[in-house]
Design a protein around this ligand. Structure first.
Ligand code: SF4
Ligand code: SF4
Length: 146
C-alpha cells in the first residue's frame, strides 16, 4: 500500500517540477524570432557586404581616392571618379563590388580616409547566378536617399 502512495507522491512532485520549469520559461525574454515575417535586428558588429556611407545631406562621403580598391586583397572593388570642370575635388562616378570574392576582411573600411564605407546589415542575400552578387554601390547609395 505504501508503494501506491509513494507513486502518487512521485507523480505529483514530477508534475509540479515540470510545471515550474514551464512557468519559469514563460517569464524569460523571448529568444526566438518570427523570421521571415519579422526582419531580425542584426547586432552592431554584424558584417554584411560593404556599403557607401552618406553625409548629413545624403551624399556619399567618397572622394574617389581609390585606396579601398588598391588595398582590397581579392580585388573585388572597382571605382571610377572624375573631377568636374571648375571643381576642386574628384567625384565618385562608379563603385562596383564583386561580393562573390569578398572575404569581409574589413581592410577597405579601415583604410578609407573619409569613413565613406561601412558594413551593411544585409543578411538574406540570394540569387540565381554569381552576377546577382555584383553590386553597384553608388546606385544603392542613391536609392537609399529617396
Ligand atoms: S571587406 Fe576585404 S575583401 Fe571585401 S571588399 Fe573590403 S577589402 Fe575587399
Ligand atoms: S577609400 Fe574611401 S574615399 Fe577612397 S575610394 Fe574608397 S570609399 Fe572612396
Amino acid at each position: 500500500m505504501s508503494g501506491y502512495f509513494k507513486e502518487i507522491f512521485d507523480g505529483g512532485k514530477s508534475l509540479l517540477v515540470g510545471l515550474g520549469i514551464t512557468f519559469k520559461q514563460m517569464i524569460q525574454p523571448v529568444v526566438t524570432e518570427r523570421y521571415p515575417r519579422t526582419a531580425p535586428k542584426m547586432p552592431p558588429r554584424y558584417r554584411g557586404h560593404i556599403d557607401l556611407v552618406r553625409d548629413e545631406e545624403g551624399n556619399n562621403k567618397c572622394i574617389a581616392c581609390g585606396m579601398c580598391q588598391r588595398n582590397c586583397p581579392t580585388g573585388c572593388i572597382t571605382i571610377k571618379g572624375e573631377k568636374p570642370e571648375g571643381a576642386k575635388k574628384k567625384v565618385l562616378t562608379f563603385y562596383r563590388l564583386d561580393f562573390t570574392t569578398c572575404s569581409l576582411c574589413g581592410i577597405c573600411v579601415e583604410s578609407c580616409p573619409t569613413d565613406a564605407l561601412e558594413f551593411s546589415k544585409e543578411y538574406n542575400l540570394a540569387g540565381y547566378s554569381a552576377g546577382d552578387f555584383v553590386f553597384d554601390l553608388l546606385k544603392r547609395c542613391e536609392e537609399r536617399r529617396r
